[in-house]
Design a protein around this ligand. Structure first.
Ligand SMILES: Nc1nc2c(c(=O)[nH]1)N=C([C@H](O)[C@H](O)COP(=O)(O)OP(=O)(O)OP(=O)(O)O)CN2
Ligand SMILES: [Zn+2]
Length: 136
């Protein structure tokens, strides 16, 4: 019996979408306002969903406190009130699009989960723009 346990979280971060190896013209053409050198911010929301078997002794798939602590350490403490391009090592050479951010978050959380647990992360960049990643 596989059951999914989910936890919501939140962080604010600034970013700029651009490639250092492209001209300003090409960055403007592809990324538009998101290439503004002054950066811009988003109120990111995320949902981390962990799927696994219910432990017969505890009744848990995962203690939600454990999931909360992982998300705090791996996502909130690492990204909240940060400039993703400048402050977060994972995005030194990786454009902080929602797609790339959700994959980075997935990998950071997945590495802290016990074997046998599956993970899906959904990241909202705005209330209407969101991406999901479940590995592969
Ligand atoms: N595939 C992607 N497209 C875009 C991304 C992205 O990460 N992946 N990101 C951006 C911008 O960074 C940003 O998200 C755009 O924000 P905003 O202009 O506020 O977006 P909307 O106008 O759609 O805002 P709503 O309030 O949700 O309508 C652009 N593209
Ligand atoms: Zn943006």
């Amino acid at each position: 019996m596989r059951v999914t346990v989910s936890r919501k979280a939140h962080f604010n971060a600034a970013h700029r979408l651009y490639r250092k190896d492209w001209t300003d013209e090409k960055n403007d053409a592809v990324f538009g306002l998101c290439n503004n050198p002054n950066f811009h911010g988003h109120n990111y929301d995320l949902i981390a969903s962990v799927t696994g078997d219910i432990d017969t002794e505890t009744g848990y798939v995962i203690d939600i406190k454990t999931l909360k602590d992982i998300i705090k350490a791996e996502v909130e403490d690492a990204f909240d009130h940060k400039n993703l391009n400048l402050d977060v090592p994972e995005f030194k050479e990786l454009i902080p699009t929602a797609e790339n951010i959700v994959v980075v978050i997935y990998n950071k959380i997945k590495n802290k989960l016990k074997e046998g647990l599956d993970l899906e992360v959904t990241l909202y960049e705005t209330p209407r723009n969101f991406v999901s990643y479940a590995g592969q």
